[in-house]
Design a protein around this ligand. Sequence first.
Ligand code: COA
Length: 395
Amino acid sequence: MPVEAQSAAYERAARSRTQKGFVMNLAGLPIGERSLSKASGLEGVVVADTRLSHVDGERGELIIAGARVEDLAFSEPGQFEVVVERLLSLAAARPEPGLRERLAEARLAAFARIPQLHHALTVPEAMDALLAATAQGCAGGEALDVLGALPVYVAASARLRSGQSPIAPDPARFTAHDFLSMLGLPENSARARALDAYLVTVSDHGLNASTFAARVVASTGSDAMPGVLAGLAALKGPLHGGAPGPVLDMLDAIANTEPRAWLESELLAGRRIMGMGHRIYRVRDPRAFVFERALVRLEAEDQEKSAISGRLAHARRVEQAAEALLSERHPDRPLRANVEFYTALLLEAVGIPRALFTATFAIGRAAGWLAHIEEQRRTGRLIRPAARYVGLVPD
Ligand code: COA
């Protein structure tokens, strides 16, 4: 069929479907013509009730397991385990005793599987290796088996890829501390605390794309591991968890130039400014404040005195220039720094190579995925939305 005839047929089909009442309701919300075409990103569509976290995009607030993120992030070392315990027990509506020990055992069990995962762990890119190893190395695993395995696989695969032997976990350490030591980084308690604050802060964030993906898989009755695989796959994308590496590339590229001119050339080339903008936040992402504070604390405590303040001042200059430029381009749509902007700086200061940024994000966010998987399972309800058919209709 010629192209013109085909597109006319598409239009006829779309009109006929609409007239015949094919336009569906999602979650009981009325969806009109405009919202259907605009809702391709499902913005504003509520598909689940959750007790795990709440994102207020207008006020810039994030509540995780009933507490404000800034209060959670700066508590005792080992706070990530506390947050995991809170999230999982909220989801399962029962306590999770001995969680720290069970997570440490899971790290040991994952390490024992490393020889048989050699092929998966040496896949070139960190997230691809993590996907491959998780798929093979956690079969039938319960939530904590999968959660404990992730830092082990990320660290082991980084070391194997650079020709070094994996380092065994130490069950006496908390996750953040153990992860740094499995990577072979020098002992540094200030950096371990900064990473702990990072993992806590990214542990959950409403129905973000990777959490939604994990919930969809869980809603089919599948296991925890495939749900985490779905989360990992979604997190990998540059519009979600793949941004912090490019943010650092951007900061490096602008190190000796005027930020505005460089940013303008990016927009002119049709590229987005990484680390800016968010689907929900209309103000600065509250996690950016948490990471800035963690960086300032790290600089004060870090014996090795890394060059944090210079980097932070440069990042703030770039952020201001990007914000000003984007507000000129999009006066009606505030585009401010998101979590990834300062993630890049914090993980760099902690000593994590930028190729591992997204995989490190996954270690923290998997806590949220697993809690959401459990919460979704308990609803016993399949997530199955609808699509409006705009294709050809047979005569
Ligand atoms: N740089 C340049 N322009 C941006 C932008 C950015 N970082 N973020 C959004 N915009 C523009 C879009 O091009 C769009 O312009 P248009 O209406 O002229 O087409 C407008 O702002 C609205 O963007 P939209 O795509 O509707 O926003 P979204 O809610 O779908 O996207 C993000 C949210 C996060 C995907 C988006 O802001 C983005 O791509 N940011 C950069 C990647 C990033 O930092 N990801 C990590 C997220 S935590």
